[in-house]
Design a protein around this ligand. Structure first.
Ligand code: FES
Length: 116
């Protein structure tokens, strides 16, 4: 995927103004524009992955981009499991990546019975 941001002033139908914002991704400032989703800010800044899968540690970012797959989840201002493709970025948002381990099987979450 190629990420690039076109200037809002270049929109020939509805030219807009470039109202900048800055979010924080794990302590690193990332610049974006008002109106972008968190995923849009990250992609527009060249950040393509911000989560790792629980089992294999594979990098993930946007997959569906419409709120269905949950590949893009992040913690936003302390709120876990936020879909970055659905949340509009706000100036000063603190974004933390999530890399959760798989839960240990228990009798409650193991559909095949006792694994003790
Ligand atoms: S990319 Fe699929 S839910 Fe965000």
């Amino acid at each position: 995927m190629v990420s690039r941001r076109l200037p809002a002033t270049s929109d020939r139908i509805l030219p807009g103004t470039e109202d900048a914002l800055r979010i924080d991704l794990d302590g690193t400032p990332v610049d974006g524009l008002r109106g972008q989703t968190i995923a849009g800010v990250l992609l527009g800044s060249g950040v393509l992955a911000w989560r790792r899968t629980s089992r294999a540690g594979k990098p993930r970012g946007v997959f569906c981009g419409i709120g269905v797959c949950f590949d893009c989840i992040v913690t936003v201002n302390g709120q876990r499991d936020v879909r970055a493709c659905q949340r509009r970025a706000a100036d000063g948002d603190r974004i933390e990546t999530q890399q959760d381990a798989l839960p240990e099987p228990t009798t409650e979450n193991d559909p095949f019975g006792d694994r003790t």
